[in-house]
Design a protein. Sequence first.
Length: 532
Amino acid sequence: MATAAELLKQGRRDEIWRKYCGFLDLSLEEFMEIQKRLLMEQIDLLSKCELGRKLLGNKVPTSVEEFRESVPLTTYEDYLPYLDEKREDVLPEEPDFWIRTSGRSGVGLFKWAPYPKRMLQAGTDLAFASVIFATCHGKGDFALEENDRFLYGMAPPPYISGMLPYGLLWEFPFKFLPSVEEAEQMSFQERIAKGFELSFREGLDVFFGISSVLVRMGDQFAQASGKMEVSSILLHPRSLFRLMRGLLKSKLAKRPMIPADLWNVKGIISGGTDTAIYRDKIKYYWGKEPIEMYGGTEINFIAAQTWDYEGMTLVPSTGFLEFIPEEEHFKFKRNPSYQPRTVLLNEVKVGEKYELVATNFKGGVYVRYRIGDMIKITALRNDNLDIDIPQVVFWARADDIIDLAGFSRLTEAIIWQAIENSGIGCKEWTARKEVREQQPILHLYIELLDEDRWKPEEVKNALHQSLKDADPSYREMEEMLGLTPLRVTLLRPSAFQRYTEDMESAGAELAHLKPPHMQPSDEVINRLLAQG
């Protein structure tokens, strides 16, 4: 089958759209038929290998209904020690790649996922569709060209994001800044710095990576505007010209210089909780809204936001999708022996939240796997773009929801939004549920941008009000129960930076250099409090 690059050379842009974005035209019934067909193909593969037979049980399911009735839900423990030992002899298909998570439970233990090439290709197809959505102005109208400059903002292999450059280059001749080979030899900070150095000279068309990186760069440009020092980066004629042009644009606009003065970015693709929080800032700084993409190491990429920047649309071809209703999820939390029921995509309800369950297609190994993510159904279809597939957003990590007395369930996104809206100027934060005087509380540990400006009680009051504005159930706790469940601890200046430096010196993985935003361990909190 022709690649996107080959089709573009032949002027067949409509075929590019159909190949990568055609899933948007499916009816919900067609979506479900593809799901069922691919599931039965996957069951056949699983029935012929040792690990697959272990997961399926004594009888091979002959229908989707039988599969859901007879095959139990799984977690990573069900795949031990097969995957930790990378035993390829027990798998349904020989993997081309072994991809892993960043670790779990605060311990240096990874979750491994074997990816046959066609499984990675399915995820790459959705990633390429996301690039198209990020650069398009309407259905079939996209702005991709050969050698578009692509800032390398992803973690390297064996993380799943680090495999995307390889997959994207199978399809299209992007010019990565820095090159894939060079980027993989650098730390994350070095890659970003080098990428922006090259972007000053060569330009920048597409960014795929972490939203907070874009916001930080925007903040730094605005703070440094008008007092940039001459460096080797800016001595290159093209870099100097770009800077002078950017300064002129900012002066004409009567504001500090921002990245949008320097680059006319075609598209931005990102993922994670922070994308929704930083969306407006990214649009201001970079002149372009980010497109969200959703997936995970064990489940591949399964959903992408379209060019109207509303909810994400699920794709039928990377995994069989089931959904545990929120109340079923909490029944399980209260009683771990309870087996929660699932619904399919044609049974979900708008406004409801669900824990995601996925079964790999195309030779993957995970079966009815609980990845630990909660998603929310925002609409049963996208009327604006006539997409007949339910729209979803990432809601929270299932284990990171802070449940206060069964009354308020706070997610990272809610807390993050409340902090942003409070106006306190937060540099970094972490939050967890604690119990004080037999009452559950939300304890926020915060490092401020300007620690001399605020008193602790002022910070607490501002955050309490902002949380009430952000979450009605939190507000109702005070109104109906008379509870003020917030405690705030102000951390010393640079506490998070020194924590990161300590972890880096200790050889910690990239994803564990910073404390988690939600539910940090006692060890993490003690490390932060000890930073002088």
